[in-house]
Design a protein around this ligand. Structure first.
Ligand SMILES: [Zn+2]
Ligand SMILES: [Zn+2]
Length: 169
């Protein structure tokens, strides 16, 4: 995703607008188990102030997650605010904040967009706060069918009690 800033640079425009609606490579999410489930919509405005370009805008899409409790796939829309600074290559050291670089009058915002989406992805996504998850014994989805598995493992403290009872009685 590249924004052309030539007109802004030449003072031909006060601001440039960038609109994108389409698919986006979501390999950057691979490690998180999430994926992008619908076209990504981005609308941006970039303004110039002296030698610096300020970008702001919004991003909307739908993310598909695998529930960390029941493993079911579910989707959630996300809506993010975008805000970044673009500087000409060679001038980036002047800024304290992280800046995106402009080369040949263009700035590639892909890495920034990917990073912004990535920070939205929860570590343990849950399909519903009341999700009961999978039974650790039979593996069944307890949201669909409440199984009657009982914990076969006996708590060692109970064993001791039983022994005490036998000895006492
Ligand atoms: Zn779930
Ligand atoms: Zn079970």
């Amino acid at each position: 995703m590249r924004i052309n800033l030539k007109q802004l640079k030449l003072h031909q425009e006060d601001a440039v607008y960038f609109d994108y609606k389409g698919s986006m490579d979501d390999r950057f999410l691979a490690g998180s188990g999430a994926s992008i489930a619908s076209p990504v919509e981005i609308s941006l405005m970039v303004k110039r102030q002296n030698q610096v370009f300020y970008g702001s805008g919004a991003l909307q899409t739908v993310i598909e997650y695998s529930c960390s409790r029941c493993l079911k796939l579910f989707t959630r829309p996300i809506s993010l605010e975008l805000s970044f600074i673009i500087a000409e290559a060679g001038n980036e050291d002047r800024y304290d904040e992280e800046v995106l670089l402009m080369e040949d009058d263009e700035a590639d915002i892909t890495a920034y967009i990917e990073g912004t989406i990535f920070t939205e992805i929860p570590l343990n996504p849950i399909c519903d706060p009341s999700c009961k998850g999978l039974c650790p014994f039979c593996g069944g989805d307890k949201n669909i069918d409440e199984c009657h598995c009982v914990n076969e493992e006996i708590d060692p403290r109970w064993e001791k009690l039983k022994k005490l009872n036998r000895e006492g009685g």
